[in-house]
Design a protein around this ligand. Sequence first.
Ligand SMILES: [Zn+2]
Length: 108
Amino acid sequence: MAIQCPKCSSTLIAARNMGKKVCCGIGIVAGGAQGVSNALKGAKIGGEVGAFFGPSGVFMGRVAGALIGAMIGGVSGGMAGAQVGEIIDDRVLDNYECLQCEHVFRID
Ligand SMILES: [Zn+2]
């Protein structure tokens, strides 16, 4: 389906995806916060697993566990944020911009 500008009927339309961009950013930050608690859990689990390999294993396990936990938090937060943003783009924001006359509009 070609999207048309309601003002000048141009079909040169760009999706702005503002909600997606903003929410993805928020999600990464929120996910990062979640990641901190994941990191603590990861460090604990990593330390326990690493204990099988002696004292240096505990240290390595904690570092790896913390990093993995933090990454999972940030990535899943960003993905969840992008999904929420997509819904906001589709339903709430004026998501389309005419490249011809710069008119911003949304499609119901
Ligand atoms: Zn236009």
